[in-house]
Design a protein around this ligand. Structure first.
Ligand code: PEP
Ligand code: MG
Length: 675
């Protein structure tokens, strides 16, 4: 209902000494308030219920009815159409859907400050708090025991929530506050949470920072338990809707019934929130970080949710809906084609076995990787545990993380990369001053070789965990032979000390080099004699070879994965590896691009590691490639003069020899490799 019609209702209501109530579904509006009526957001043609209480109700109702019958005096019956708008967030689970918005109330529980006046009240609030926490633990346990199969692998996220409840900074600190400050339990808990916020504010790493979402989610549960109110459950949703909420917790994700929930939109959250990670398993489009979705979208609004681009179209016109219906069909065909192959081997048409693995940054991603068809972890970036501001993680913390990942992925291999961190991110722990040029500064293996204690602690943790899985150890940013030999020397000394202590580890653990500095490419033949494997890291290799800062938006357009120099370098490393008979794989972002994959296969690479989302598509691509033919047809690729010529050449050859690739939309959904 638009404002003009609502205005006429209000004017009519003003004439009568009676009250009008309008009801749509479960919501009721006051007929004397234009805002209240508009908030019902009744689309044209939908029924609403009117109730009049007071004098001359019958007359009032007749007049109201004729307003509706006469379409509020509109001469032509123009359908009411709310204004179309587009909002954008971070897509965390792909897919496209069209449906109605359903607001899920996740507004914060109201907490009031109350001073406790005597010891009796203090004791009572201490008990109430303990009880609310116990209740929260029981609730989580209950969710855990009925966890649906599709998200079973994430049960440990719920354990994290239980652990947060037990954490001294939350539990003990709140009890202390109640006692010392003599304030009520809810207020004390809020203060503890605020304190944790201050600590997390300094954390630069997105993954660690996002754990604050978990603290907020779980404390919200305790607050509701204290107030004795239950949050609306996602399990109760009926019909088919797109859920719009300020935020959702991992428990919400466990509760979702995908028969009723077509998609999810939230105001807050990032790629690394637990909710976002888990939502990938739901197989419905999810967009987070929309900032104002709960303001911009009204209950019942028609939405197009594009989980591939992160776009939400609110109240689209019929033409847009039609075009998206086509896109939905197209994407569904594409999706079922790639889903069919994701657990099949990445074997070329002519029977060559290619290995496809995943790049991950934190433990929880390992599960998603395996579910997406990864045949192991080709790059475990181990930085996240180091990015908390206070001190370096101890050996046991690291061991627990590596041990879990080893067991989760076994018998498939995990290539674990030692700490690759720039000194500017660890400033507070070093005596040195800020570096002008951290990308060329004391980072990665250079840092580790200087800070031996930090390095050895990590190596000990990796070795100790190595016996529980299938690990390969990789040193990043190696620029020359001496550096690599030095790193191996440190490794051997750590092995000796473990031997002395009688601690078991995998003695045969392969030790390799992440080839990502041009000098390492130049001497790849020499390095290959001393390494068990190479993995080519094109993200940094392109940065250092083309002198393009990969984090600088100003030069992002110059970042060029198809630059002839890059092609030649990859070729050179592959040849050096072949000559010494060691494995060579590639773990830069370009491995996730099906067009690049054609080039890389033609250069002789047979193992790739990539971002998880790209795995099904890359497998699909590989399975359509006649490898021998591609190798022959692409021979000239290393002598092409420009990246444009390289790309045109690949597209031309693909059109001529691999027409199915275009028919099956393999290139349509590609995300060209960036850093
Ligand atoms: C690379 O540099 O290509 C790489 C794989 O590592 P990162 O992106 O972590 O630097
Ligand atoms: Mg790198």
């Amino acid at each position: 209902m638009h404002a003009r019609a609502a205005g006429q209702i209000v004017t009519l209501a003003g004439k009568y000494d009676a009250r009008l109530f309008l009801k749509k579904d479960t919501r009721e509006a006051d007929g004397s308030s234009i805002l209240s009526i508009l908030s019902l957001a009744v689309p044209n043609g939908e029924e609403i219920e009117a109730r009049i209480v007071g004098r001359k109700a019958k007359e009032f109702m007749d007049e109201l009815e004729s307003l509706f019958i006469n379409n509020f005096g509109e001469t032509e019956s123009r359908p009411y159409r709310p204004k179309k708008k587009v909002i954008k967030g971070f897509p965390v689970s792909p897919g496209i859907v069209i449906g109605k918005a359903y607001h899920l109330d996740r507004s914060k529980a109201q907490v009031f400050h109350r001073k406790l006046i005597n010891e009796e009240e203090v004791q009572r609030d201490l008990a109430r708090f303990r009880q609310a926490v116990d209740m929260a633990k029981e609730q989580i346990q209950k969710f855990k025991s009925s966890i649906p199969e599709r998200v079973e692998g994430y049960a440990f996220v719920l354990d994290t929530h239980s652990m947060i409840l037990d954490d001294v900074m939350l539990f003990d600190a709140t009890l202390k506050r109640i006692q010392k400050e003599k304030i009520n339990a809810g207020w004390a808990l809020e203060k503890s949470v605020k304190n944790i916020h201050v600590l997390f504010k300094e954390v630069e790493d997105d993954y660690i920072g996002r754990r604050m979402d978990d603290v907020d989610g779980i404390s919200e549960r305790v607050l509701r338990n204290l107030a004795g109110v239950e949050a609306e459950s996602l399990a109760d949703i009926q019909g088919e809707v797109i859920v719009v909420a300020h935020t959702l917790s991992p428990v919400d994700i466990v509760e979702i019934d995908v028969d009723h929930v077509l998609g999810i939109l939230t105001d807050v959250g990032g790629r690394t929130s637990h909710m976002a990670i888990m939502s990938e398993a739901l197989d419905i489009p999810v967009i987070v970080g929309l900032e104002r979705a709960t303001d911009a979208i009204l209950q019942g609004d028609i939405l197009i949710v594009d989980g591939n681009t992160g776009e939400v179209i609110v109240n689209p016109d019929p033409k847009t809906i039609l075009s998206y219906e086509d896109e939905i069909r197209r994407y569904a065909n594409y999706k079922s084609a790639i889903d069919r192959v994701k657990h099949l081997p990445a074997e070329t048409l002519d029977g060559h076995k290619i290995t496809v693995k995943a790049n991950i940054e934190f433990l929880e991603e390992a599960q998603v990787a395996i579910e997406s068809g990864a045949e192991g972890i080709g790059l475990y970036r181990t930085e996240y545990l180091y990015l908390l501001k206070r001190g370096f993680p101890d050996e046991q913390t690291l061991f627990q993380d590596y041990d879990q990942i080893a067991r989760m992925v076994a018998p498939n291999p995990v290539t674990i990369r030692t700490l690759d961190i720039a000194s500017d991110r660890m400033e507070s722990r070093m005596d040195g001053s800020r570096e002008d040029n951290p990308a060329l500064g004391l980072r990665s293996i250079r840092f580790c070789l200087k800070e031996r204690k930090v390095f050895k602690t990590q190596l000990r943790a990796i070795l100790r965990a190595s016996r529980y899985g299938n690990f390969r150890l990789m040193f990043p940013m190696i620029s020359g032979l001496e550096q690599f030999l030095e790193a191996k020397k440190v490794l051997r000394s750590v092995m000796r000390s473990l031997d002395k202590e009688g601690i078991e580890y995998d003695r045969e653990i392969p030790v390799g080099i992440l080839i990502e500095i041009p000098s390492a490419v130049s001497i790849a033949d020499i390095l290959a004699k001393h390494a068990d494997f190479f993995s080519i890291g094109t993200n940094d290799l392109i940065q250092y070879a083309l002198a393009i800062d990969r984090d600088n938006q100003q030069v992002a357009g110059l970042y060029d994965p198809f630059h002839p120099a890059v092609i030649k370098m990859v070729h050179q490393v592959v040849k050096a590896g072949e000559k010494e008979g060691i494995d060579v794989s590639l773990c830069g972002e370009i491995a996730g691009d099906p067009l690049s994959i054609l080039i890389l296969l033609s250069l002789g690479l047979e193992e790739f590691s990539m971002n998880i989302g790209a795995i099904p598509l890359v497998k699909k691509m590989i399975r359509m490639v006649p490898l021998q033919k591609v190798k022959e047809g692409f021979k000239d690729i290393i002598s092409l003069p420009t990246s444009k010529k390289v790309e045109d050449f690949v597209l031309k050859k693909a059109k001529a020899h691999l027409p199915d690739i275009f028919e099956e939309d393999v290139f349509r959904y590609r995300t060209p490799g960036t850093a």
